[in-house]
Write a protein that binds this ligand. Structure first.
Ligand code: ZN
Length: 262
């Protein structure tokens, strides 16, 4: 009985929608070039099979419910991402720059942590000595003053320990994170083609500062790229005279998807 219910849920409309969600990585980011609203996606029913598509469902838009094949959208995005691939020289400069920055930040963090450890150790010693003095002190007034000092010390110690714990648990840029970032910057279209749904979504947001807008008549309006790709693009362009000409993606204007075999 239980299995039957599960099977029913799996094949119900809701279950289908859930299962097919990974098929549309641009949903929630891609916008309609006619009205500026987010495009949605789904499967249309053909005679023999179902076809994946993106479409605008915004009220008042003349492109409402006019579907665009998923392949057209995905190929267009792939082509725009291919244009973002930086020159190997620009990437090498970036890599050296980031490596140096990571090294500097890590070295500073280690130094700060070591300094705090020394301070905590000194405060703990003071705390121990003060406790001994309080136990041995006969004069009531001096004893009160010492206890006040003890409270101050304890507070100071707590603050330093909390700072130390925070520094120790801070997220460090690991070699893995660095490698993933490098892979994205070196070839975003490769991750778009071969990555998981989450990776594809990340690629779109990491590359485009504004969502790509698509119209059925004019194709893609090229989105603005994010600062990191702007910087890599500028670095790559700077080498045109030194190395070789390079086609760069324009920051505005109409961009048509080009079939891969041309
Ligand atoms: Zn629209």
């Amino acid at each position: 009985m239980h299995q039957k219910i599960i099977r029913k849920l799996d094949t119900s409309k809701g279950g289908e929608r859930l299962n097919r969600a990974p098929d549309f990585p641009a949903r929630g980011f891609l916008v309609c070039g006619d009205c500026g609203g987010l495009m949605t996606a789904g499967w249309s029913k053909g005679k023999k099979q179902r076809y994946p598509y993106y479409s605008c469902k915004n009220q008042g838009c003349f492109s409402k419910r006019k579907s665009v094949p998923r392949q057209t959208i995905h190929d267009g995005i792939e082509h725009m991402l291919e244009e973002l691939v930086p020159s190997s020289e620009a990437l090498a400069v970036f890599e050296a720059f980031v490596s140096a920055a990571i090294h500097r930040v890590s070295a500073n963090a280690v130094q700060d942590r070591d300094d705090l450890k020394l301070q905590i150790s000194a405060l703990s010693d003071q705390h121990r000595r003060l406790l001994d003095r309080i136990v041995e002190e006969d004069d009531a007034e001096v004893s009160v003053a010492l206890k006040l000092r003890l409270k101050e010390l304890q507070l100071d110690l707590k603050v330093k320990q909390a700072q130390h714990a925070k520094l120790s648990s801070a997220t460090q840029v690991t070699p893995e994170i660095f490698e993933h970032s490098k892979a994205l910057l070196a070839n975003p279209s490769n991750l778009w083609k071969n990555g998981s749904l989450a990776t594809k979504k990340t690629v779109l947001r990491a590359c485009f500062a504004t969502p790509p807008g698509y119209t059925r008549t004019r194709g893609f309006r090229t989105p603005k790229t994010t600062p990191i790709f702007n910087a890599l693009d500028a670095a790559s362009e700077g080498e045109i005279n030194l190395v070789e000409p390079r086609t760069t993606i324009p920051h505005s204007g109409i961009f048509r998807p080009v079939p891969r075999n041309l």
